[in-house]
Design a binder for this molecule. Structure first.
Ligand code: 16G
Length: 235
């Protein structure tokens, strides 16, 4: 089955945006896109809506559609992995300066991961990148029972894909977000001046059976990340 027409247009526009349009540059108007691709207004609108949902463009009533500032990620509070967030923005996720260390759970980590104190755990630290640009510094602790002795993730691999593969994909998480400043070492890894602002997000994620799979602490560069939440009045 071939892809729907709006999907073909969406892909074409995504390539146009990521291959060279500047942030805030206007996209061709709906009318121009209809004429250029011989598509109906509905199809063009559907493609633009999808691009807006992925955060690649934003729309201004009466003025048109514009390219988003792609160096800034707006993260919604749905449970996604870093790789998914970055791919949704048309960029390539990666990691650098990764270290994987086997250690023993202290009382606090043991209680978070629901394992016994002293049980073996894996601590992974990675600088996460988007198109090679450092976005966040991530520290993750998982029970060693989940991984083989020679566990390693290559630079382009996703931890969540790995967990998914062993039937332990995270589906819920509890998160705390705090404002902080980066230490000299953290700032160096994220390529910003010391004491730059960051968002510190701690996440405890569990699989479909409610079993805790990871504790993660991520430091997001404040100039590259926003968190977006929809709130509802209590009834
Ligand atoms: C995000 C998660 C982190 C998870 C990582 C997996 C937050 C605050 N943190 O950084 O808990 O370990 O994604 O990403 O969202 P990956 O699957 O791309 O390796």
């Amino acid at each position: 089955m071939s892809a729907p027409k709006y999907e073909i247009l969406r892909t074409e526009l995504e390539q146009l945006i990521t291959s060279g349009l500047d942030a805030h540059a206007p996209l061709p108007s709906e009318r121009e896109l209809m004429a250029q691709y011989g598509l109906s207004r509905m199809t063009v609108r559907e493609a633009l809506t999808r691009l807006a949902e992925d955060g690649l463009v934003y729309r201004v009533q009466g003025a048109g559609t514009f390219v988003s500032d792609l160096t800034k990620i707006t993260k919604s509070l749905t449970l996604t992995s870093f790789s998914e967030d970055i791919r949704a923005r048309g960029m390539v996720p990666g990691s650098r300066a990764s270290t994987v260390t086997w250690t023993e759970a202290d009382a606090e980590t043991a209680s978070v991961l629901n394992i016994s104190p002293g049980a073996r755990i894996v601590h992974m630290e990675r600088v996460r990148t988007a198109d090679g640009l450092p976005m966040c510094l991530e520290n993750v602790w998982i029970s060693a029972e989940l991984v083989p002795e020679d566990f390693e993730l290559d630079e382009n691999s996703s931890l969540y894909d790995y967990l998914e593969g062993i039937g332990r994909g995270p589906v819920t998480a509890s998160q705390t977000i705090q404002a902080t400043v980066l230490t000299t070492d953290q700032a160096h890894l994220l390529e910003v001046p010391p004491y730059s602002p960051a968002l510190a997000v701690s996440r405890v994620a569990a699989d479909a059976q409610g079993r805790v799979v990871e504790q993660a602490k991520s430091l997001y560069r404040a100039d590259r990340y926003d968190f977006h939440v929809t709130v509802e009045k209590a009834r």
